[in-house]
Design a protein around this ligand. Structure first.
Ligand code: ATP
Ligand code: MG
Length: 333
C-alpha cells in the first residue's frame, strides 16, 4: 500500500474545526487505502515553549482526539514525534541543505513571527518547515494530507527531496500534497479572511472540539457575517457566510447550491447559524465522550503510542542511515 504521513501540533488542549474538517476527516478516509502514519508533532509544539506538564497533557489529548475522530490504531501507526529521534537527526542534515533566503520566504513564519515579535520568536519557529520536511521524508511518504495552509511547506519538502536526490542519487520519495478542494480551509468565525488557528490571538473565532457545546453555540451565533442579510455564495465579498456554508456542507453533505436555495431570502442568517449549531453539536458530543474515555486510561494510551513509535522507527531508521551514509558520516556497525 502507498504510504501517507500527517500530524498536528499539541499546542492546545483541543483541536479546532479546521483541524478536524481540513485534516482529520481526510485522514480517516485515507487510512483505508494507504499505509498511514499519524504523528503528534510535539517537537514542533516546543516552538511555543509550553509548560512541561501542559505539553504532556496536550500530547495525550491530541492522540486521544485522533482516535476519537476515527483513526484506528490497529490499522494506522499513531506515534509521538519526540519518541522517534530520527526526526531531529534528519532535520539537522536538511537544515544544511536549505538556503537561508529560501527558508525566509515561508509566509507562515512571517505571519507567526510578526505576531510574536522579535522577543517571542525563536530559531525553532524559523526552521519548523525543515523539521516538517524531515517528518515526511523519513517515511518515504507519497502523499501528505494537509490543509491548504501547508501547501508552501510541502513545496519546500519537495524541493529538498529533489535537491538531495540530484546530489546523492535516489535518497527520497518526492511527496505530493493531498488537499481536497472542498474541505481545504475553515476560516475564523471572527475574522473570516484568516484561517481558524490554534495560535490565533482571538480564540472566539475558533470552534474547539473539546469545548462545552454551549460555548460553541454562542461562537457560531455571534460569527461575523455582513450587513446585506441575504445568503449567497460569494466568498470574496461574503467570506463569513461562505465559511458557514462550507461548514454546513462538510457536515450535512448537502451541496452549496442546495443550501443557498434553502436559505435564500431576507433574514436567513439566523436560520443558517442555528442549523450549523445543531450539525456541529451532533458531531462534537460523541467526539468529546470518546476523548474522555481515552484520557481516563493514560497508561493504555501511552502503551498504544509506544507501539506506534516502535513501528515508526522501523521505517525511519533505515532512511536516516541511508542519508547519513550518503552525506559522508561514518556508520556504526
Ligand atoms: P497553529 O496555529 O499552532 O499552527 P494550526 O491551527 O495551524 O495550529 P496545526 O497543528 O499546525 O494547527 O495543523 C494541523 C493540520 O490542520 C494541518 O494539516 C493543517 O493544514 C490543518 N489546518 C490547520 N488549520 C486549518 C484550517 N483553518 N482549515 C483547514 N485545515 C487546517
Ligand atoms: Mg499550523
Amino acid at each position: 500500500r502507498p504510504r501517507i504521513l500527517s500530524g498536528m501540533q499539541p499546542t492546545h488542549d483541543s483541536l479546532h474545526l479546521g483541524n478536524y474538517l481540513g485534516a482529520q476527516v481526510n485522514w480517516v478516509k485515507m487510512q483505508e487505502e494507504f499505509d498511514a502514519l499519524f504523528c503528534v508533532v510535539d517537537l514542533h509544539a516546543l516552538t511555543v515553549v509550553p509548560d512541561p506538564e501542559q505539553l504532556r497533557i496536550r500530547t495525550r489529548l491530541t492522540a486521544a482526539q485522533y482516535f476519537a475522530g476515527g483513526i484506528d490504531p490497529e490499522r494506522s501507526t499513531v506515534f509521538v514525534q519526540s519518541q522517534v529521534p530520527e526526526h531531529a537527526q534528519l532535520a539537522w542534515v536538511l537544515n544544511c541543505f536549505t538556503g537561508f533566503g529560501e527558508a525566509s520566504r515561508m509566509t507562515q513564519f512571517k505571519d507567526k513571527s510578526g505576531k510574536r515579535g522579535a522577543e517571542g520568536t525563536n530559531v525553532g519557529l524559523f526552521t519548523y518547515p525543515i523539521l516538517m520536511a524531515a517528518d515526511i521524508l523519513l517515511y518515504d511518504a507519497q502523499k501528505v494530507p494537509v490543509g491548504e495552509d501547508q501547501r508552501q511547506h510541502l513545496e519546500l519538502t519537495r524541493d529538498l527531496a529533489q535537491r538531495m536526490n540530484a546530489r546523492y542519487g535516489d535518497l527520497f520519495v518526492v511527496p505530493e500534497p493531498h488537499i481536497p478542494a472542498d474541505s481545504a480551509k475553515i476560516m475564523s468565525l471572527q475574522e473570516p479572511t484568516a484561517k481558524m488557528s490554534k495560535s490565533a490571538d482571538d480564540q472566539r473565532g475558533n470552534l474547539m472540539m473539546l469545548d462545552e457545546p454551549k460555548a460553541n453555540s454562542k461562537k457560531i451565533k455571534s460569527a461575523v457575517t455582513d450587513l446585506d442579510n441575504a445568503v449567497r455564495w460569494d466568498p470574496e465579498n461574503k467570506p463569513g457566510i461562505a465559511n458557514l456554508l462550507r461548514i454546513h456542507h462538510a457536515f450535512s453533505g448537502e451541496s452549496i447550491d442546495a443550501l443557498v436555495e434553502r436559505y435564500a431570502g431576507e433574514n436567513k442568517y439566523g436560520a443558517l447559524k442555528t442549523d450549523v449549531v445543531d450539525l456541529f453539536r451532533s458531531v462534537q458530543e460523541p467526539f468529546k465522550d470518546k476523548v474522555d474515555t481515552y484520557m481516563a486510561d493514560p497508561a493504555q494510551l501511552d502503551e498504544i503510542l509506544a507501539r506506534g513509535a516502535q513501528r515508526a522507527r522501523e521505517i525511519a531508521a533505515p532512511t536516516l542511515s541511508r542519508v547519513y551514509d550518503a552525506v559522508g558520516f561514518i556508520q556504526t556497525r
